[in-house]
Design a protein around this ligand. Sequence first.
Ligand code: CTP
Length: 406
Amino acid sequence: MNALQGKKILLGVCGGIAAYKAADLCRMLVKEGARVQVIMTRAGREFITPLTLSTLSGNPVLTDTFDSAGRNPLIHIEAAEGADLLLIAPATANIIGKLAAGIADDLLTTTALAVTCPSLLAPAMNANMYAKEVVQDNLALLKKRGWGIIEPEEGVLACGARGKGRLAPLTAIMAEVRRALSPQDFAGRTVLVTAGGTREPLDPVRCLTNRSSGKMGYALARAAWERGARVILVTTATEVEPPWGIDLRRVETAAEMAREVLGLFPQVDVVIKAAAVADFRPSRPAAEKIKKGDQEVLTVTLEPTVDILAELGRRKEKQILVGFAAETGRALEQGAQKMKAKKADLMVVNDVTREGAGFGSDTNQVTLLYPDGRRDELPLLPKPEVAHRILDAVKTLPAFAESTGL
Ligand code: CTP
């Protein structure tokens, strides 16, 4: 699923130093398949030229309420027509004030009144300006009226001061855009995803782990959030960029993951166990670094860890459990056995020896197994697409309709 494909996005660019970032944002929107129509305010054009944004969007930039010959007084209506999303980034204190007051004195403000699509704005300004009561009141008012506000981040501002006012990261703005344009079929649900390979200490510097990268779990967390869910991601992975909007809980060992997941279980609707959890851990991790010395072999005794999914299966009430089975042979048979033993409602099975389906890869080829024996073999797909297919399958489970927040 590509939420932006073919969508008409109106990108409003106002006069703040962050306007230069609108060029990159425009490029990212276009890259994901959106048809971008840029509208610039007069002050916006002082910071970045319309030529830059028309080149990147592939469309002439709209700037004036009336065209130069005064022939078309309906530019704002035409721009608003068929728009799927209005995104104002960066939004200045001035535009926020005007929108809150219903003032329509230029093309962007008139268009904002004319659209019927979802509207988002990403403020960027000096931290003192952002903190001013009037700006905060205006934002609260716009939020109440249905605007999505993508809050600025803390950091060093263009004026040299530190504080909250820097335009939200473009990855965050893109995530909010995808969420605004995605079907909200997981709204009201809490989805818990586990990701990555656990790390079991041998001594303070060494551990036993596996090759799981966490990419599949992160793709699932991102996809569920885009589709409206509240998402908690319990993860060991450190190499993958944390997705925007998600409640991230970092853990290392199977025991830590078990504690976190079992503690959260009563408040979630769906658990997706994409993590590769160690089945055994060193019984007695050394308190100090193990020295080679003159020993010829080193024997480490391992003891079993908690099987988190099996424990969830024992405790489950209405929750939906999705398990993973990464196998190296007789994958479907093994997956079906695990589903039964752990009382999972859906099993995602893959043979990790297949090309493009192994750990760390950006693609995956999985078969979905249902408790009634049905199976759905998916083609080799990018992991974000596999994630959406898994969520589509979760939606078809009878328990999903009842899971409107426990
Ligand atoms: N799992 C878990 N806790 C464990 C081991 C596994 O929650 N201690 C979960 C995994 O997250 C996955 C599913 O159980 O969703 C299957 O994991 P897998 O390692 O494939 O199976 P195991 O039951 O450990 O069996 P084996 O390692 O013998 O194949």
